[in-house]
Design a protein around this ligand. Structure first.
Ligand SMILES: C[S@@+](CC[C@H](N)C(=O)[O-])C[C@H]1O[C@@H](n2cnc3c(N)ncnc32)[C@H](O)[C@@H]1O
Length: 265
């Protein structure tokens, strides 16, 4: 692992215990809404793309940079409660793989997943937890039908390399979907002055009160400032042969959702 990733890993190791609380607090709960929309629209896109095809062997879904597992849990909840999603995936074995390089974050994810369905588990939906660096994972080629990455990309030391080597390698070459949720670099948009002030002052002020690691939240703001513009992120995918199925900003335009596909079916 390179030194930047090493630094990021120890930062997330350190804030794992307060990660969920800080997310809810700093976004006023909006992060829950963003993940819901993200998962809902991604599964809907997958169903739309593969409706006519049958896949008897089931589906493999990855939640890369899974953190405390909120995306994996949202996928589970949607598989259970959304009629259309349920009828598409019915009776097919589904494997949801949560992967992250921070063991403390992933431990919390595993605890949260254990409590799903009152701890009874589910016959069709299985979870696994894999500790690894996204740049150099242990997954086999063509392992996943859908890859979710929420708020992970900006932490990768080399986004371009991740897409061109790892992501491209681990997704199904016949039909797969890679869905990314990431902050929008509002520091490059003049009309977002209010949110620039919010990020620059409020987040770090709150972190100094509620978190033991103010540096981690200063990093959060810096990592947003360093993000490429949306169109440049889209280009990273298209340069590698992915097609953009759909892209949009989610209210209040602080985050963007990208769905890139490989479709050779
Ligand atoms: C901001 S959190 C997002 C967690 C979760 N996806 C969510 O929606 O809350 C970023 C996560 O990415 C993980 N991460 C960052 N860089 C990584 C890398 N190179 N390989 C694996 N995990 C990484 C961190 O450990 C952290 O758990």
């Amino acid at each position: 692992m390179d030194s930047f990733s090493q630094l990021i890993k120890s930062m997330f190791d350190g804030i794992a215990g307060r990660y969920d609380f800080m997310n809810r607090f700093l976004t006023g709960g909006l992060d829950i809404y963003w993940r819901k929309v993200f998962v809902k629209e991604t599964l809907a896109a997958f169903i739309k793309l593969s409706y006519a095809k049958t896949n008897n062997s089931g589906f493999n879904i990855a939640d890369i940079a899974s953190g405390t597992g909120d995306i994996a849990i949202e996928i589970y909840n949607r598989l259970k409660t959304d009629k259309i999603v349920r009828s598409f995936f019915t009776d097919k074995p589904i494997h949801i793989c949560c992967s992250d390089f921070s063991m403390p974050m992933l431990k919390i994810a595993r605890e949260k997943v254990r409590k799903l369905s009152g701890g009874r588990g589910d016959n069709n939906i299985k979870f696994s937890f894999v500790i690894c660096d996204a740049h150099n994972s242990c997954f086999k080629d063509s392992s996943f039908d859908i890859v979710f990455i929420a708020f992970g990309l900006r932490n990768f030391s080399n986004i371009k390399k991740f897409i061109s080597t790892e992501l491209k390698r681990i997704v199904n070459k016949t039909l797969s979907l890679s869905s990314i949720l990431e902050f929008n670099n509002i520091f490059k948009i003049k009309s977002f002055k209010f949110f620039q002030i919010y990020y620059n002052y409020f987040i770090t002020a709150c972190a100094s009160i509620f978190s033991t690691d103010t540096g981690a939240y200063k990093y959060l703001v810096d990592s947003i400032k360093n993000l490429p513009r949306d169109r440049d992120i889209l280009k990273l995918f298209t340069d590698e042969g992915f097609k953009i199925f759909n892209y949009r900003k989610i209210f209040p335009y602080l985050v963007s959702r990208y769905i890139a596909i490989i479709n050779n079916s």
